[in-house]
Design a protein around this ligand. Sequence first.
Ligand SMILES: [Zn+2]
Ligand SMILES: [Zn+2]
Length: 402
Amino acid sequence: MKLIDPIVQFHAEIQQIRRDIHAHPELCYEEHRTSEVVAQKLQAWGIPVVRGLGGTGVLGILKNGNSERAIGLRADMDALPMQEINTFAHTSQHEGKMHACGHDGHTAMLLGAAHYLSQYKDFDGTVYLIFQPAEEGGGGARRMIEDGLFDKYPMDAVFGMHNWPGVAVGTFGVTAGPMMASSNEFEVVVRGKGAHAAQPHKGIDPIIVAIQIAQSWQTIVSRNASPLESAVLSVTQIHSGSATNVIPDDATLIGTVRAFSTAMIDLIEKRMKAIAEHTAAAFDAQVDFQFKRNYPPLINHAKETAFAAEVMRSVVGNDNVDAQVEPTMGAEDFAFMLQAKPGCYAFIGNGDGDHRDMGHGLGPCNLHNPSYDFNDDLLPIGATYWVRLAEAHLKKATQAAI
Ligand SMILES: [Zn+2]
Ligand SMILES: [Zn+2]
């Protein structure tokens, strides 16, 4: 592994920042303390800062030389609304909030890179250090873009990274094309007619209709979608009724749809609506159909992905970069940035959990698990990757021969 020495020397300080953020998790658009920590560090290192971009987002702007070229490096800062069960020293001090996705580590890795870049400045152009709020469902990336991130601060390409538990430390995974799924949610209310449960013929039972709809929806992925494409339709909640002897007025179906292309989402939504409406009509019931598109599929751009993979290989060696990593059905709002700009999102191995300090919970070290903790061994690896990416993208022109 070819880590940058001054970054390795700086490990203790970056780890302290990471653990401080871990101990003070903040949810979507509430990252006031976290963004303050980020902004103060950047300013202390002489990096001009824009605060409040997309709510609680922070942008560091590091210029050197005269080139117009610019690169965006993005980290997310928010935590999750869940209770941490680790009891080590840096466990969450905020009841019901936890950095269970490692965004504390993402923020710290980018700060580590910012510190080095501000000192050594071995590049020609602008490095935009993007610290975004609200990745966990809040669409912070989209909000930063709407707030002028790319209009006011033009950049050629943008890059993101997520720690990946269960994959060895010192490895990277990436792939061109679709890498993470689009996430969407639906809420469908079946409106029937309430009655005494002993007199079903006097009502329209919405529960029977809801069950028919939920079962028929399962034919969409198996019968309507191409078998060569991946998609998931999960009904995750059914709510209806309040008594054993009452047929209720309505029943609600709630769930999620995931796929790797917008065309597939269009197909699933169209078929879900048709099945819901026609099934309800067959039973003399009605439906209110709501389908909400959250995050689009995350599609890596081929050229930037090849470039990023090359930089990864220069850091961890050829054998430790999987440039055709298997995509995941998880979703990620960096997808909005990749719709607006060319770029690449990557996974960095977080190990299998052995790194955790004494007092960690007994659960696996998986994302969104109450026993999770970001692996601090990644800090210099991720920071080195960020630095080499920026230096390679904004390579200084070789001095003209006299
Ligand atoms: Zn997450
Ligand atoms: Zn995450």
